[in-house]
Write a protein that binds this ligand. Structure first.
Ligand code: TPW
Ligand code: MG
Length: 571
């Protein structure tokens, strides 16, 4: 029967009608978006149920921020937008932090939030959870769209892909009814959300000419390179150049940290002494001291930058050879243009870097084998380092200050996208959201190495981990505080601002929800417990008791703390 006939409409046959609920679900499914991370409530509770019934995996969290971090890292791991679903005003704001984080890190993510009655919100008449969410979201992401009519759902979801985008879904939208056939036709399947961006051949040649001229070349790999999933081409390119490479933290494992060209353990040497630096999917932001200053040494340096985003060029220092395109296409273009004859990097340089690296590794080795009780960071991390070496498919999630900085240096990663962490902002709280999404999206077990403070930001999600029975092993580095557990407040009876309850037992949190809890006071305890967890795939939390005096203020970035000019004068 042709659509919209009088008979059809008069019959009001529900089979020929669809609604906003189902159109959103159909639009997501049509675009291969099969997982939602969120928290239910008015006006999206039924939507979540219907999505689940329709075959979408809907993971309910205890706080939207954690659902949002899960969606953000799902986007990073899959190159498809991770979906976070929240209620209005407070739920939206909780999720928004994660959307802003995703946008800053260039992870594809869509935050979908229900919103209240437009007419009431816009007149500020005090609706339930009233807020002009669209206006707020616009400043935090690439784009923000509101969908007022069911027939626009298809185009709105398509426009939101790949993100970081906010989609505002007013309560009234969900219940709107339209003809089912017209609804089907209104859906849009995105054909190619991130088409290949081929770099200009002249830019490729310029970059290779500069690289060829180098006496002391360095390649810096960023998480943009890991995101690209061009692992074989990147490895082939790095190996063809013979240059030392430095992986940024989430690019570790793109080539194994044990690769002969890896300069991770000779970081300060290669930053200082290199003469040509090729950045691949890495930005010259604070994490690389903006490409200048004492970390980069005095010798003149030429930067080549390879990035999909033209705005990154010349952001902090002059880029003598900008190459704009997607990382996969750029690296392939390099390989094609290099041909068979490419002189390897000067041996004097590569040998010097290797010697420095071996010296630093040898210096660290005995510290990693120490059996001190209480454990220090190195004793505990030495154990985890061996476990990841033996189980390289495990995804490592890592946050904290000392717990982050030291684990990044100590734990070698062997495969691409197996290390997830605090990203561009150095944000605390990503831990449990990342752990959950990492195993949901990949099926691999997760080892989450968490400072006790860092863990606290998302700790309630251990219930979520137990509820879904996920293979996540959380190790809380319990040094009784932020940076150290030894601070004393002499002004009054309150504890110092950086210390927590002494002797806290985080393992009992996991036990409260039926998971396995272990209190580990020695490296041996820790080794046994982590191996058992990764073997059994049971949700596990290990309270690793760390010497409260072992850490340092702000980990490795204490220099970023402001100092009073007054204090300096007096000193
Ligand atoms: C959202 C500031 C940086 S690191 C850290 C805080 C609070 C916790 C460090 O203690 P932890 O690690 O995790 O116990 P450790 O091993 O040094 O003791 N709020 C947000 N993000 C950041 N980065 C902070 C606060 C911070
Ligand atoms: Mg701590």
């Amino acid at each position: 029967m042709p659509e919209g006939t009088a008979k059809n409409m008069a019959a009001g046959d529900a089979q020929d009608l669809t609604d906003g609920f189902h159109l959103i679900i159909d639009a997501l499914k049509l675009n291969g978006l099969a997982t939602i991370y969120g928290v239910p409530g008015i006006p999206i509770t039924d939507f979540g149920r219907m999505a689940q019934a329709a075959g979408i995996r809907v993971l309910s969290f205890r706080h939207e921020q954690n659902a949002g971090y899960a969606a953000a890292i799902a986007g990073y791991l899959t190159k498809k937008p991770g979906i976070c679903l929240t209620v209005s005003a407070p739920g939206f704001l909780n999720g928004l932090t994660a959307l802003a984080h995703a946008t800053t890190n260039c992870f594809p993510m869509i935050l979908m939030s229900g919103s209240s009655e437009r007419e009431i919100v816009d007149l500020q008449q005090g609706d339930y959870e009233e807020m002009d969410q669209l206006a707020i979201a616009k400043t935090m992401c690439k784009a923000a769209y509101r969908v007022l009519h069911a027939q626009d759902i298809g185009i709105a979801v398509a426009r939101a892909i790949p993100g970081g985008v906010y989609l505002d879904l007013p309560a009234k939208l969900f219940g709107q009814v339209m003809n089912a056939e017209a609804g089907r036709k209104s859906l849009v399947k995105v054909v190619d959300a991130a088409p290949a961006q081929i770099p200009a051949p002249s830019s490729v040649k310029r970059a290779l000419d500069v690289l060829k001229s180098a006496k002391r070349p360095l390649i810096v790999l960023g998480k943009g390179a890991a995101y690209a999933q061009a692992d074989d081409a990147i490895r082939a390119f790095v190996e063809r150049t013979g240059a030392p490479f430095l992986p940024m933290s989430m690019a570790k494992g793109l080539l194994p940290d044990t690769h002969p060209q890896c300069a991770g353990a000779a970081r300060s040497t290669v930053l200082k002494d290199s003469d040509v630096v090729m950045m691949i999917g890495a930005r010259l932001n604070w994490l690389l001291s903006h490409g200048k200053g004492k970390n980069w040494g005095d010798a003149p340096k030429k930067f080549i930058q390879v990035d999909i985003e033209p705005k990154e060029m010349d952001s902090n220092v002059e880029i003598v050879a900008p190459v704009v395109g997607d990382i996969g296409s750029c690296v392939q273009a390099f390989l094609d243009a290099m041909g068979g004859k490419w002189a390897p990097s000067p041996a004097e340089w590569t040998n010097a870097v290797r010697a420095k690296r071996e010296e630093n590794v040898a210096k660290m080795a005995p510290r990693l084998m120490n059996n001190n009780i209480p454990m220090d960071y190195h004793g505990a991390l030495g154990v985890l380092r061996t476990i990841i070496q033996e189980r390289p498919d495990t995804i490592l999630v890592n946050e904290g200050a000392n717990t982050l900085d030291l684990a990044r240096g100590v734990i070698d990663i062997y495969k691409p996208r197996k290390r997830l962490d605090v990203g561009t902002w150095g944000i605390m709280g990503i831990g449990m959201g990342q752990a959950i999404a990492a195993t949901v999206e990949t099926g691999h077990p997760v080892l989450a190495v968490e400072g006790d403070s860092a863990f606290g930001f998302s700790g309630m999600e251990v219930e979520t981990i137990c509820r879904y029975g996920l293979p996540v092993c959380v190790v809380v580095f319990n040094n009784n505080g932020i940076y150290r557990g030894t601070d004393v407040n002499t002004a009054n009876a309150d504890p110092a601002t950086t210390v927590f309850v002494t002797g806290a037992r985080y393992d009992k949190m996991m036990e409260a929800f039926g998971g396995v809890g272990v209190n580990a006071t020695s490296p041996d305890d820790l080794r046994r417990a982590v191996n058992a967890a990764l073997e059994s795939r049971k949700p596990t939390l290990i309270n690793a008791v760390i010497d409260p005096a072992a850490g340092s203020e702000s980990g490795r970035i204490g220099n970023l703390n402001p100092q009073s000019a007054l204090k300096k004068k007096q000193a």
